[in-house]
Design a protein around this ligand. Structure first.
Ligand SMILES: N[C@@H](CCC(=O)N[C@@H](CS)C(=O)NCC(=O)O)C(=O)O
Length: 256
């Protein structure tokens, strides 16, 4: 059984779910985003009768996912995401979101700072001139946040701060930098909406097979979002094999 340290005490976290349940994927992605260890208790949804555990923990709806935290159940996938967010607040939050005006003001201030940095950089390869130096070492770690600025602040860093982005790439050519900087994609949490919707992309393969169309051709923007989400460890490790999932659904619903 998975045990994890939280608030000094070892807590027991179980997630009752079925491998291709999109609602359950939400809960599992949230747990992984917060790096919460948990035991997956498989509930076979192909069987009509729900297990004793499900009937005991979710007697009204008897649905999964169910998060069982120290013996107490949380039911409903979005309730679980919210619960995980509240109970593990040390990590970045899914649900805190500023008002649009406040966010726009913060972004404008931030972009002002970045443009001032571009002014200092000027035509130089690095902040100190031709050589990678002290200021580069000091600043380059913060470039891991740029992906987050794009995702949350709605800016296009390449368009807004080309000089800075060229400097980032120059720094990243160095082994010392490349080996240390994490991917910005891993630092920033999925927004709640992305977290709650991405599980349903596991059916896209089925939609394509069944509907005879290509998502890449018909919905390129949506597919770019899918790929961005799937780059994340939390999503990659939870989304099931789409081919297997479609096969199961075909059997389940008697589709030829
Ligand atoms: N609103 C619920 C929906 C969950 C749900 O509908 N789960 C289905 C599987 S997709 C279930 O457990 N059904 C029970 C059954 O098939 O007996 C949530 O968000 O968790």
């Amino acid at each position: 059984m998975a045990m994890l340290e939280h608030g000094g005490a070892a807590a027991e976290v179980r997630c009752v779910d079925f491998w291709c349940n999109e609602f359950g994927m939400r809960a599992r992605i949230a747990l992984r985003e917060k790096r919460v260890g948990f035991e997956l208790v498989e509930e076979d949804l192909r069987v009509r009768e729900r297990s004793d555990l499900v009937r005991r923990m979710n007697p009204v709806y008897q649905s999964v996912p169910i998060l069982i935290h120290d013996g107490r159940p949380v039911c409903g996938s979005m309730n679980i995401v919210e619960y995980v967010d509240a109970v593990y607040p040390t990590q970045t939050r899914f649900f805190t979101s500023r008002g649009e005006e406040e966010k726009a003001a913060a972004m404008a201030e931030l972009m002002g700072h970045l443009r001032r940095m571009e002014g200092v950089l000027g035509d130089g390869a690095f902040f100190g001139g031709d050589e990678f130096g002290l200021l580069d070492v000091a600043f380059v770690p913060f470039s891991s946040m740029f992906y987050g600025y794009e995702q949350h602040g709605g800016v296009d860093m390449e368009a807004e701060c080309l000089v800075l982005m060229r400097w980032v790439r120059r720094c990243e050519e160095r082994e010392s930098v490349r080996g240390v900087l994490p991917s910005g994609k891993d630092i920033f949490p999925l927004k709640t909406l992305s977290l709650s919707l991405i599980p349903f992309s596991s059916m896209f393969h089925g939609h394509e097979q069944h509907g005879g169309f290509s998502f890449d051709t018909e919905c390129p923007t949506l597919m770019r979002w899918v790929r961005r989400c799937r780059d994340r460890e939390s999503v990659k490790s939870v989304l099931p094999d789409e081919v297997q999932m479609y096969k199961l659904y075909k059997e389940w619903y008697g589709i030829e």
